[in-house]
Design a protein around this ligand. Sequence first.
Ligand code: TXD
Length: 319
Amino acid sequence: MARKKIALIGAGNIGGTLAHLAAQKALGDIVLFDVVDGVPQGKALDLAQCGPVEGFDVNLKGSNDYADIAGADVIIVTAGVARKPGMSRDDLLGINLKVMKAVGEGIKTQAPGAFVICITNPLDAMVWALREFSGLPHHMVCGMAGVLDSARFRHFLADEFKVSVKDVNAFVLGGHGDTMVPVIEYSTVAGIPVPDLIKMGWSTQERIDAIVQRTRSGGGEIVALLKTGSAYYAPATSAIEMAEAYLYDQKRLLPCAVNLTGQYGVSDLYVGVPVILGAGGVERVVEIELSPSAKANFQVSVDAVKELLAACKGIDPSL
Ligand code: TXD
């Protein structure tokens, strides 16, 4: 059987980390693509030289030519620019929208059968635009944010309860950003919901509220510390978890940004909800019962994503 092919569009901080993880896990041969000449080639060569030490023997190639992603099974997109001082959200939207157009067209011509995971921010709008530009079926295009946001929530909860992160499960819904919705009713330690743990005296509502808030601004906390960029280790490993679910038909239930067709009362919008990921891509959207407050928060999040899409359509009338 031929090896799988993993194409990584964008060879920046997350792209490089994705390539390293994908190589260590031998997910397939890897192509790192970027518009900057030399960077994907340099990273691919550097990473290939990890092979003899780490014991992986997948091929790694750096490229500036979309022809090299031809036939990819999985594509993970991190291409774009980050917000810089003085740049408005709309400026960023305009730039990354153009990037999604180029990437979407590259995917359409070279790898229309791929499963595509978008990471570029603003996530919920960019994954929607990437799907539009690529023309791929909706179930083959999704966005990574929920797995990362839940991982952050799980880390903070494990720290609070002084238990292993392995036993903490957490749910984060909605758009990626300040409006995300960490759902504490569905967040558990080995099956015990967080509200019960509060009743058991393991924590207080105030402390859990603070953790929810810290999760919402989890990305910003890291940007403030790094100063020159945003988080990349946890974002990369989160996207790899999604890629593995597809490649190995794991039927994982993971929070991903997917196109909704009426679920949760939402249509024609990419937003973070629990889904089953397997060999069929996004195989099923799982509709869970939300408390009135989670429902209200989810609506705020949906409205924020709608606003972003309206801005995208204003910038590019072809959408
Ligand atoms: O949860 C999430 N979804 C996120 C999203 C968590 C963290 C970071 N998130 C976003 O991912 C972040 O706001 C960025 O939009 C992306 C990528 O983050 P990364 O840290 O990897 O950014 P870099 O290091 O700036 O890398 C971006 C690369 C860089 O090498 C550019 O040269 C390249 O993208 N780039 C392009 N590649 C291909 N094609 C085009 N057009 C292009 N334009 C820029």
